[in-house]
Design a protein around this ligand. Structure first.
Ligand code: NAD
Length: 370
């Protein structure tokens, strides 16, 4: 909480982007829950997503980006990746334009959420700006692709099938260093015991190998932190997470493996409905659920708002409002455990029998948090 010179509490300015599909339902629920904690927030409403393309000729208006740059913090609903607009994904574009270099995705068991596992408390830290997600792609059959294939063949002394498409995987020392530095800072602040770096360095020596080598070097600077540091090959890591998830704590990955293992870990704790997230850079941070816009549920007031509300909890922590964050997380956890006011995906039958809507679940959480 910050105060002005007269001692009055100043409101935090936060850009609020409802998104599209189920976005407006879950984002509104999260915004109301954050307000219920009593923390003063001056919400700046901005648009983005497939519903606004006709209005702005783009799914990501400059004004929305500018607002995030000004407020430095945004709470954002999911956004559909539109086809044929020049954007591969609004979400990827946002991360790139704001240099949100780390994607933070905690995966935690809550009593009452059905899952094969109990007591899971993991954090995924995914590199957000490079790797196969960099968007450097060459389409099969185009002249530039054929040229590229010729050049690669000449340089590498290997053959590539002429009917191939090509995606480029850049991984840099600088992006890896800042990710691993962030991981240690996070682990120290949150009293975590271990960092596990995930890679396929045995096969991709110059990308994943560089990631591993840089991570190891960076970890040397934190030798006295008491935090254990180890690495795992990604395929082994998938099996380990399914068999012995309790062995892991903070998991640090390049972009693509991070994307895949985020959903795997969300599965360990009961699914996408309870998996929050944040994209964090040096200047700005955008808080959003791991799940997408689930267009088939658009406007039905049906889906689980918890992932988005817990993203609000992460936002409150980021704003330094730790007590409010704890209060809101406890209210969410209590409402799930009681099981009376939960959405369809959290009922015993996984159907609408005995379920409430998105808004009603948020209302129950709000009552509890006050
Ligand atoms: P999705 O996460 O939108 O939905 C997959 C399924 O998961 C849904 O059909 C639903 O059964 C379940 N689900 C998701 N959220 C839920 C919730 N809150 N409560 C209960 N069940 C929930 O994934 P998708 O169908 O692959 O993607 C749909 C669109 O979302 C795509 O255009 C994709 O690009 C986009 N997307 C956006 C983001 C983002 O905005 N950050 C992230 C992922 C996907």
């Amino acid at each position: 909480m910050s105060r002005n010179t007269e001692g009055l509490i100043l409101a935090h300015k936060v850009t609020f982007i409802p998104g599209d599909g189920i976005g407006p339902d879950v984002a509104d629920a999260a915004k109301r829950c954050v307000d219920a904690t009593g923390v003063k927030i001056d919400w700046i409403y901005k648009e983005a997503g497939s519903d606004v393309i006709a209005k702005y000729k783009t799914p990501l208006p400059e004004d929305t980006l500018l607002s995030i740059k000004n407020t430095k913090v945004a709470l954002k609903g999911p956004i559909t990746t539109p086809v044929g607009t020049g954007f591969r994904s609004v979400n990827v574009e946002l991360r790139k334009r704001l240099d949100l270099f780390v994607c933070l995705r905690p995966c935690k068991s809550y009593k009452g959420v059905r899952s094969k596992y109990e007591n899971i408390d993991l954090v995924i830290l995914r590199e957000n700006t490079e790797d196969l997600y960099a968007g450097i792609e060459f389409e099969k059959g185009r002249d530039d692709t054929k040229n590229l294939i010729k050049q690669i063949e000449a340089l590498s002394n290997k053959t590539i099938k002429q009917d191939s498409g090509i995606s480029i995987k850049p991984i840099s020392v600088s992006a890896t260093e800042r990710l691993v530095n962030y991981a240690f800072d996070y682990a120290i602040k949150n009293k975590c015991r271990k960092i596990t770096v995930v890679h396929k360095a045995n096969i991709m020596k110059f990308t994943d190998g560089l990631f591993l080598e840089t991570a190891r070097k960076t970890a040397q600077n934190f030798k006295t932190s008491g935090i254990e540091f180890e690495d795992r090959i990604v395929d082994n890591m998938c099996m380990q997470l399914v068999q012995v998830p309790e062995k892991y704590d903070v998991i640090v990955l390049p972009n693509l493996y991070g994307d895949i293992l985020s959903d795997l870990c969300a599965g360990l704790v009961g699914g996408l409905g309870v998996a929050p997230g944040a994209n964090i850079g040096t200047d700005c941070a955008v808080f959003e659920a791991t799940h997408g816009s689930a267009p088939k549920y658009k406007g039905l007031n049906k889906v689980n708002p918890v992932a988005m509300i817990l993203s609000g909890v992460l936002m409150l922590k980021h704003l330094g409002e730790n007590k409010a964050a704890e209060k809101l997380e406890k209210a969410v956890s209590d409402i799930i455990a009681e099981g009376k006011y939960v959405t369809y995906d959290l009922t015993a039958s996984r159907t609408e029998k005995g379920a409430v809507g998105t808004k009603e679940m948020a209302d129950a959480i709000i009552k509890r948090v006050k």
